[in-house]
Design a protein around this ligand. Structure first.
Ligand SMILES: [Zn+2]
Length: 99
């Protein structure tokens, strides 16, 4: 059993969450080549060790989180709101400040 430390709700059983995938992938620019978009949509690494993943607290606060989990031991190393910890968050906030 995994205990995920939701920053809003505290430690919760992983059964309250839905796994949503790799949180290390960054969205390419709109005008990026098709190969970049193909890699963004379909290609993923299968790392051994600490890895950042998207989890949705579906049966709790309904927030998206970035959880760092060791894929070898399943130890949870930390969790943060996705709007702050996502690799796309910095790009999104920079884009918001342009408008
Ligand atoms: Zn929560």
């Amino acid at each position: 059993m995994l205990r995920i430390p939701c920053p809003h709700c505290g430690p919760r059983d992983h059964s309250e969450f839905s796994y949503l995938g790799d949180a290390t992938v960054t969205r390419p620019a709109d005008e990026a080549p098709l190969d970049d978009w193909f890699a963004y949509v379909y290609l993923r690494d299968n790392p051994r060790g600490p890895h950042r993943e998207y989890w949705h607290h579906a049966q709790g606060c309904r927030q998206w989180l970035v959880v760092e989990r060791d894929t070898l031991t399943h130890a949870i190393l930390g969790a943060a709101p996705a709007r702050e910890a996502s690799p796309n968050a910095a790009a999104a906030s920079a884009k918001d400040s342009e408008t």
